[in-house]
Ligand binder design. Structure first.
Ligand code: ATR
Length: 279
């Protein structure tokens, strides 16, 4: 029997997940279909009951449900628990388990541009301290990076996040402090929405003192090249956008549902085509 998968969110109309997953199902010849469901916050609980009742095999969860959905699940994976948010649900014989594949998806996409660098030797600056930052922060810590500092407009939020874990490889900085030491990092990562459509002219932090060959990474993929990434490119940095994070989080979710790791290139080309450009 054909299996049903989907994504829940509010709004959900713009989601590119159905195209990406349906193409992957078709390319593997799997009897499965993936749909987008518009679920408002007051319908979240009944939507999850519906997953159990209808036997929906798996879901992605997006804004605004990533945190609130956790209380309706039977089990939460330890990394998702640390992050405090779930973006993937697996329904195994009626038992719903929540995972977070955003952070690992990001790390996998970052590995594509590391070339001869090794994450465990890298000094990394993460900009932002919201939900996306949490997912990437805890996933990078699992990789054992040398240094992982957090810079945020509200520095107290960065401090609170740093204080959640016991190791000493992190410190919290203001954005101005981070700008002053930007040349001491191998990788800079913007996890905020600064520079995302329609605020195309904004940048999260000045790159004036950035070193050549620093990896400058933005989790935004619309536009595919933010103003910040363009400035980085002009400075001779290696740039990396958020397209890979989106595709890899989907691929890892796909593997959790089906046991098969899909073809990343096929998924990337679907999204690139939808965005109307070259990644
Ligand atoms: P998400 O879940 O997508 O990460 P979020 O939880 O709302 O979104 O977090 C947004 C992050 O972007 C925060 O770190 C926020 O900084 P504050 O903690 O100071 O609010 C940051 N951010 C958003 N807009 C910003 C702006 N105009 N300038 C600087 N930082 C900004």
């Amino acid at each position: 029997m054909e299996k049903l998968y989907g994504v829940i969110g509010d709004p959900i109309g713009q989601s590119m997940s159905p195209d990406m997953h349906n193409t992957a199902f078709q390319s593997l010849g799997l009897q499965a279909v993936y749909k987008a469901f518009h679920v408002t916050p007051e319908r979240l609980q009944s939507a999850i009951e519906g997953v159990r009742g209808l036997g929906i095999a798996g879901l992605n969860v997006t804004i605004p449900h990533k945190i609130s959905v956790m209380k309706y699940l039977d089990e939460i994976d330890p990394l998702a628990s640390k992050i405090g948010a779930v973006n993937t649900i697996v329904n195994k014989n009626g038992k719903l388990t929540g995972y977070n594949t955003d952070g690992i998806g990001y790390v996998n996409s970052l590995k594509e541009v590391l070339i001869d660098k090794k994450l465990e030797n890298c000094s990394i600056l993460l900009i932002g301290a919201g939900g996306a930052a949490r997912a990437i922060y805890f996933s990078l810590l699992e990789e054992g990076v040398a240094r992982l500092d957090l810079a945020n407009r509200t520095v107290e939020k960065a401090e609170a996040l740093v204080n959640e874990q016991l190791s000493s490889q992190s410190r919290a900085l203001s954005l101005a402090e981070a700008e002053g030491v930007i040349n001491t990092y191998d990788i800079l990562i913007n996890t905020t929405s600064i520079g995302m459509y329609p605020n195309l002219e904004e940048i999260p932090i000045s790159l004036e003192n950035v070193n050549e060959n620093t990896i400058v990474s933005d989790i935004i993929y619309n536009p595919m090249q933010t103003k910040w990434l363009k400035e980085a490119n002009d400075k001779g940095a290696i740039t990396h956008n958020g397209l890979g994070m989106f595709v890899f989080q989907g691929a890892i979710a796909f593997e959790k549902w089906t046991g098969i790791y899909p073809d990343i290139d096929i998924m990337k080309s679907v999204i690139t085509r939808k965005l109307g450009g070259i990644s």
